[in-house]
Design a protein around this ligand. Structure first.
Ligand code: SF4
Ligand code: SF4
Length: 286
């Protein structure tokens, strides 16, 4: 089973929820924690894994066999990302690796078979373990824009190792653009984490819209909960949104967080709440 923990904005406590889940379930299930927030992965702070292996995350970029090329310009025409330029007069071709999405379109359409591909490193996949938790982390190189590619690379690697009843928790990137969609699109259930502020509500509405369009079963966890923010409660009622859990705005929780101790390790009652929540989610999916 795959559960994605997402949020419309950063700083809502998404990683606290995702890591609390895996700690709460580790004695009952095979669990995998996957940090797909590849631009800023921080789940390792809470999981504190023993890293066993690192490998490069790569994408393919085209290279030209100049002797075969007739400088016809077809590759430039078919590239939707303006990543390849043909200078007919000076008989030169230039590939902008940073813009190339590795789609292969130029290579398939080259009439002279003058294009081949080579791998280009865009980040690092780290794999490790902590007690009974398997840990995966995608980390994009600084300045790199191939976020979605890096996320799908990590997911593909995990997919090869999942068996039977394994619970995989995806810690998704914040926001509502392609990286978030890539990280939740094949999840069995999506948890949206929010906080009761006008900004939180604004971003939650957008994330909620995306999840509804994807037709995913979902529920909300309100973090740093304080009563009195009526607009959010009204939104939940109006849209018939299932609120799974409310985590109070408490100093002790924030202190634990600042020391890298996730919620389910701070207090056994939270451990039990996350377990209970998982069984409710499981029932809903089944
Ligand atoms: S499509 Fe092939 S032959 Fe034409 S310019 Fe590009 S690389 Fe050269
Ligand atoms: S692989 Fe795709 S994105 Fe890259 S240069 Fe070729 S057509 Fe453009």
């Amino acid at each position: 089973m795959k559960i994605a923990v997402a949020s419309g904005k950063g700083g809502t406590g998404k990683t606290t929820i995702a890591t609390s889940f895996v700690f709460a379930l580790r004695s009952t299930y095979d669990v995998v924690y996957a940090d797909l927030d590849v631009e800023e992965p921080d789940g390792h702070i809470f999981i504190n894994p023993h890293i066993k292996k690192e490998e490069l995350i790569t994408t393919l970029v085209p290279r030209i066999v100049e002797e075969k090329c007739t400088y016809c310009g077809i590759c430039q025409k078919v590239c939707a990302f303006n990543a390849i330029f043909v200078f007919k007069n000076t008989r030169k071709i230039s590939v902008l690796d940073e813009l190339c999405k590795g789609c292969g379109n130029c290579m398939y359409n080259c009439p002279e078979s003058a294009i081949y591909e080579i791998p280009r490193a865009i980040g690092v996949l780290r794999y490790g373990e902590r007690d009974d938790i398997e840990f995966y982390e995608g980390r994009l190189n600084i300045g790199e824009i191939m976020t979605t590619t890096a996320i799908s690379y990590v997911k593909e690697k995990i997919g090869k190792h999942i068996e039977g009843d394994t619970v995989v928790v995806f810690d998704s990137p914040p926001g509502t653009s392609c990286p978030m969609v890539e990280s939740v699109k094949d999840a069995d259930f999506v948890i949206l984490v929010t906080e009761p502020t006008p900004f939180g509500l604004f971003d939650l509405k957008m994330a909620h819209g995306v999840i509804k369009k994807l037709q995913k079963p979902y529920g909300i966890i309100v973090n740093k909960y304080e009563s009195g923010f009526k607009e959010m409660e009204e939104f939940f009622d109006r849209e018939n949104i299932p609120v799974l859990l409310k985590i109070p705005f408490e100093r002790s929780i924030a202190e634990g967080y600042s020391r890298g101790i996730t919620l389910s390790l701070q207090d056994n009652s939270w451990n039990e709440k996350f377990k209970e929540l998982f069984y409710r989610i499981k029932e809903q999916i089944q």
